[in-house]
Design a protein around this ligand. Structure first.
Ligand code: DX5
Ligand code: ZN
Length: 229
């Protein structure tokens, strides 16, 4: 059974009508909501924080995946855990004690995820595969919606997929599940490239919120990805 999940990134939604925007992607069949938190330091812009996540939580049953594009994400874990997020994505570039951070998230009952900038090699997370639930491969440089997919990231996704398989074989943990997410520039042309390389969670922002018919778009996006596996 092929398992492709669509995660709608709200960064490019109309924040003045956020509840409606969320309903729209929920009805369209997205399984997850991707919430980009930007601190004006790790990336230039500032977006939203825990109070907004709390309000979103009250309004949707979708899985809430929080992408912390922030400096020192450890400082804000508690607030986001309390906000009702389902998973927390920390950037490996900002975590000196990544193993400890991921355990902290899991001990709080949340899914632990780690994000990698395009220039960050997969070797940086090789030694936390035993604890991590999801790995987010940035397919654009973080900070803005609407950028173009970096095609060479397919090489990185394949490498990561191989690393995970190798980890499972060598530790005998064949049932260990690690999702591979891609974030940035995902549309009908790039989703097959990412899925074909091994990604199973597709984060889509401007393509989904800009679609004339989001129901039709999500269907097509999923179909294009499944066909490439
Ligand atoms: C980029 C963000 C993404 C972004 C994706 O820094 O992390 O989640 O919103 O938007 P699109 O799909 O438009 O590239
Ligand atoms: Zn993101």
């Amino acid at each position: 059974m092929v398992d492709i999940k669509i995660s709608a990134s709200i960064l490019n939604s109309d924040f003045a009508f956020l509840a409606d925007e969320i309903k729209k992607v929920e009805r369209a069949g997205a399984e997850m909501l991707h919430i980009d938190v930007m601190d004006g330091m790790f990336v230039p812009d500032i977006s939203i924080g825990p109070p907004v996540v709390k309000c979103i939580r009250k309004n949707t049953g979708l899985f809430l995946d929080v992408h912390l594009m922030t400096k020192q994400p450890d400082r804000m874990l508690d607030s986001f855990i309390e906000s009702g997020a389902d998973s927390l994505n920390v950037h490996v570039e900002e975590c000196t004690h990544l193993d400890r951070t991921l355990h902290y998230i899991k001990d709080a009952g949340k899914k632990a995820a780690v994000a990698l900038n395009p220039s960050t090699p997969v070797s940086t997370i090789e030694n936390v595969l035993g604890v991590v639930d999801m790995i987010l491969i940035m397919t654009v440089n973080p900070g803005y919606g609407g950028q173009g997919f970096i095609k060479d990231m397919t090489y990185k996704i394949r490498k990561l997929k191989g690393l995970i398989e190798d980890y499972k074989r060598s530790t005998g943990r064949m049932d260990k599940r690690i999702d591979i997410q891609v974030d940035g520039g995902i549309n009908l042309e790039t989703a097959p490239l990412a899925a074909g390389a091994g990604a199973n969670i597709l984060v889509a922002g401007s393509s989904i919120f800009g679609a004339e018919d989001p129901v039709d778009f999500v269907k097509k996006l999923r179909k294009s990805a499944v066909a490439a596996i």
